[in-house]
Design a protein around this ligand. Sequence first.
Ligand SMILES: *[C@@H]1O[C@H](CO)[C@@H](O)[C@H](O)[C@H]1NC(C)=O
Ligand SMILES: *[C@@H]1O[C@H](CO)[C@@H](O)[C@H](O)[C@H]1NC(C)=O
Ligand SMILES: *[C@@H]1O[C@H](CO)[C@@H](O)[C@H](O)[C@H]1NC(C)=O
Ligand SMILES: *[C@@H]1O[C@H](CO)[C@@H](O)[C@H](O)[C@H]1NC(C)=O
Length: 464
Amino acid sequence: MVKITTHTKHVVVKTAFCLLLPLLLFAVVFYLHFQTQLSVFSPICRCASQPAVAGAVDDDHVERLRASATFLPLKDTRHGAETWFISTLNATAEPEGEARNLFFPSPASSGRLLCLSAPSRHDGAKNAYALAWRDALPHGVASPLLPGLTFVSETAYDHTNIWHGLTSLLPFASWHARNGCRSPPARWALFHHGEVRTEMSPWLATLAEATTGAEVAIETFEAAPSPVCFEEAVVFRANVAGMNGERMLRAADFMRCKARAYCGVDASTSKAGGGETSSALLRVTLLFRTGGRAFKDEAAVTRVFDKECKRVAGCAVAAAHVSNLTFCEQVCPPVPCKSVRLLSSTDVLISAHGAQMTNMLFMDRNSSVMEFYPLGWKERAGGGQYVFRWMAGWAGMRHEGSWWEPIGEPCPNNPDILDCWKDRQIGHNETYFAQWAARVFAAAKERKASAGGRPREATGCICS
Ligand SMILES: *[C@@H]1O[C@H](CO)[C@@H](O)[C@H](O)[C@H]1NC(C)=O
Ligand SMILES: *[C@@H]1O[C@H](CO)[C@@H](O)[C@H](O)[C@H]1NC(C)=O
Ligand SMILES: *[C@@H]1O[C@H](CO)[C@@H](O)[C@H](O)[C@H]1NC(C)=O
Ligand SMILES: *[C@@H]1O[C@H](CO)[C@@H](O)[C@H](O)[C@H]1NC(C)=O
């Protein structure tokens, strides 16, 4: 009797597998079509020839769910730039005005986790993703699943340039703050066009650590080709796309506040101890580059700004080479912080166009930026040269204009003025610099005096 029942069940199970056959064929075709070169479907064949035993209906269902998890290419070459990373899912901006993101598991993923198979650092179409339920992970997945929260960052730029990196970090910072800073990311999975990246600039990694409270651990996917599944994952795949001005300002405030705290800048001390004094001061910082786009004559440039500064009561100039500074020194030099003045106590930042300008993030809101370019940029560099104007906008700073080197010898072997001059050293025009500085310094001083001191962030670090 028992035997017969078992036999009947076997028949039913076998029938079920026959019915599943078209599905399997479809899956195989899908698999071949995308050529993801994964072996995730091979277990399905094995399972078809080894039907579940009697009384194991639940196991059978789980088995089907396991088998139905379909890996698709991370980079979908059929789609436009906005959607080709995890192209089957729509990212949402939640709440309105935040950068669009995907969260796993969530109602939008029907409670499924994100699984990635990412062996390639050269071809995003060779990497793949699948969605799966926690209790029915696809066959071949490395177990156990990767615990905690994973920040998955896809960018068309990179995570090694601090300016580009900052635009990819910003939405994560905002998301983290919005979630009450509850779960710092256990790891970061970095992608560029769907290709695995394993490097983040130390500056950016330190800022990420300061912002989230967790040291940055980058997932290398070296266990590949075996896929991994994440207990929780948040994906931003288009940098700040979707984020409005107010949210960007708030995120910048949050990162500034966290970075200062991380580096031991004591806001309360600066405020209390320097309230009156600091409103009477004007701090100007010359942040020099070394090599490409450095000033030809740093001493002369320093003299011009020094001279104008001396005309303003309480004004002081500090000069530093960014190459000599650690992250925290950029935020603020080592103890005693309140007596030295780098970015966190800078009112006017003077610097040549370059990634180091990203440090403007650490100034108080409404501080000023003056920017300099070699010959060729104005003529030929297009809109991209204005990135630090945009940044000043979203970080709450005042971009006070730019100076473009107007003259230079033509390049004999290179008719392209930008290509030839792009990274050359920058000269100076004493008259222009002096007049410009006089205007900016006076206005900055006036603003500070009327604001009754520096607007030290009181609320910036709040996780809400
Ligand atoms: C994504 O959104 C677009 C337009 O809003 C819609 O047409 C499409 O069906 C959505 N796709 C998914 C997978 O929800
Ligand atoms: C900073 O770096 C510049 C150039 O790299 C060098 O000339 C200068 O001496 C350094 N200053 C200090 C204080 O180390
Ligand atoms: C920045 O300056 C403007 C006026 O120039 C002022 O309205 C605003 O409140 C200032 N913002 C901060 C954060 O101090
Ligand atoms: C320097 O700047 C002044 C003031 O803008 C301008 O009149 C002068 O032509 C500039 N000199 C050179 C050499 O460009």
